[in-house]
Design a protein around this ligand. Structure first.
Ligand SMILES: Cc1ncc(C[n+]2csc(CCOP(=O)(O)OP(=O)(O)O)c2C)c(N)n1
Ligand SMILES: [Mg+2]
Length: 470
């Protein structure tokens, strides 16, 4: 995939003053405002500053050494030579109270799909069209699988409704060598990487075609082939995994990063904070992508934290961080594209807070009408639909038409329905599979459990589902 900035020299110069910037972590370079880190230094992959790539950790005080390097050193009684770095003294008795204004949100497209600036990473035409097709396919899959759960054909489902741009645009900005550590609302990343509709259906129906051999809940996908770690819905446990894996990529000098997705709720766990700090200190090449969709099941963000969202937490931990409009595919693509380059070429973590809205229920086990107003949902579904917005942009580029739309929606629907029909008729894995794949030689407790299960089935055969081979 050719990724490049389509800017003339003049525009490139302008980029230095435009708003797509990652907030640097706290630094003495910037006593009041975070330094803005723009993408003009990453013109193309061929000119990546590979020689700058750091494999060894940088001592912490180097981040804070500008007092020494910016001109003459201050007088010794004006500073404290603290182990974590030199700190200036002040006579002001003042508590930090947070920024006066909330951190701005980077966007490229307005609500009508019209570019508000040309400060974005241009995408190949073919890639743009594939992005849109995958967004529609994801939407279609979600609608039909959700209905299949309602019909009792599968036991559980979780949609990415309203978060299609985060799913697909972030995936498009990565390479398949990059390892993905998902939460559970990122099926689109796997779709982008080539996991087929049949693969999705097989997993949801827990049949023999499922990589997980039917041992996981539906929608808990995983694929070695696609470098996509199996979904763990124990909230936020994937974040430390992603950081550790990123550190290992760095040790192996691999030209790849990891990405982990998590919700606003995920950031209300200890795992998030531990992982973020570990990533910062160990300078792990990981992209921490928070889908701040306003809700953690029925808990709104206002009841979760008092900080200005998630972006400031990255900043507080010394991690390059940016807030983007998660319903703007071009903004998400640009941010992830740049974050990847920074993560790999500079061996550093990058945090992205994508503002969006969970337009569906939390899962099929939830009814969100019980705790949020219908008008709020409707506004996001209609006025902020990321799929419709990207379509308008594509149409403006003469890359999409009404006819193409009709054909795509029609074929996506048929393909999803077909995949479900096939999956439903594939045999389930045998009972034995419950006990395999963890231990080379099953320990005695597992052998006892299997024996006990088989005896129970013999005693109560009528309770055992006939479609699961013994
Ligand atoms: C450790 C843990 N605690 C609680 C839960 C129950 N739970 C499942 S999803 C969820 C909310 C997560 O919200 P968020 O991270 O914002 O993701 P979203 O569903 O909004 O995409 C909770 C509390 C869980 N699965 N794991
Ligand atoms: Mg959430």
């Amino acid at each position: 995939m050719a990724v490049y900035l389509s800017k003339s020299r003049k525009v490139l110069a302008d980029l230095k003053t435009t708003k797509m910037g990652f907030q640097l972590g706290v630094s003495s370079r910037t006593s009041h405002f975070p330094h803005i880190y723009n993408h003009s230094s990453y013109l193309s992959e061929n000119s990546w500053p590979t020689t700058l790539r750091r494999f060894e950790s940088v001592k912490a005080d180097k981040q804070f050494d500008s007092l020494r390097t910016n001109g003459a050193a201050p007088h010794a009684d004006q500073v404290l030579n603290f182990p974590g770095g030199i700190v200036k003294f002040t006579s002001e008795l003042k508590f930090l109270s947070g920024p006066e204004e909330r951190i701005h949100c980077y966007r490229v497209l307005d609500d009508n799909g019209q570019p508000i600036s040309n400060n974005f990473v241009e995408i190949d035409k073919e890639i743009s069209v594939k992005m849109y097709k995958d967004m529609v396919t994801l939407q279609t899959m979600d609608t039909i699988f959700y209905e299949a759960q309602r019909q009792g054909r599968i036991s559980f489902y979780v949609t990415a409704c309203g978060e299609e741009a985060i799913n697909i645009a972030s995936a498009a900005a990565l390479k398949t060598d990059d390892l993905v550590f998902p939460q559970y609302r990122e099926a689109g990343v796997l779709l982008w990487r080539g996991f087929s509709l049949q693969d999705f259906a097989n997993q949801c129906f827990g049949n023999k075609g499922d990589n997980g051999k039917g041992r996981q809940m539906p929608a808990h996908y995983g694929s070695n082939k696609h470098n996509y770690f199996t979904v763990a819905s124990t909230v936020a446990t994937q974040i430390p995994h992603a950081v550790g894996a990123a550190y290992s990529l760095k040790m192996e000098r691999r030209y790849a990063c990891t990405i982990t997705y998590f919700g606003d709720g995920g950031t209300s766990t200890g795992d998030f904070h531990a992982a973020l700090n570990f990533a910062a200190v160990m300078e792990a090449p990981v992209i921490l992508l928070c889908r701040n969709n306003g809700w953690a099941i029925s808990t709104p963000v206002n009841d979760q934290f008092r900080s200005d969202g998630i972006v400031v937490r990255g900043y507080a931990y010394g991690v390059h961080s940016i807030r983007v409009d998660g319903n703007d595919a071009l903004a998400v693509f640009s941010a992830v594209n740049l974050a990847r380059k920074m993560a790999i070429s500079e061996s550093r973590p990058v945090l992205i807070e994508a503002l969006t809205y969970r337009a569906g229920h939390h899962s099929t086990s939830d009814d969100s009408s019980k705790y949020r107003p219908a008008e709020e949902i409707e506004w996001w579904k209609v006025a902020q639909d990321p799929v419709a917005r990207f379509r308008k942009w594509l149409e403006g580029q003469n890359l999409w038409s009404t006819q193409a739309e009709t054909e795509l929606r029609d074929s996506a629907r048929k393909e999803v329905l077909h995949a479900i029909q096939v999956a439903e008729n594939i045999e389930k894995p045998t009972l034995k599979e419950i006990f395999t794949d963890v231990y080379d030689v099953p320990p005695s407790n597992l052998r006892d459990q299997e024996k006990s299960l088989r005896e129970t089935i013999q005693r109560h055969p009528q309770e055992y589902p006939p479609y699961v081979p013994l």
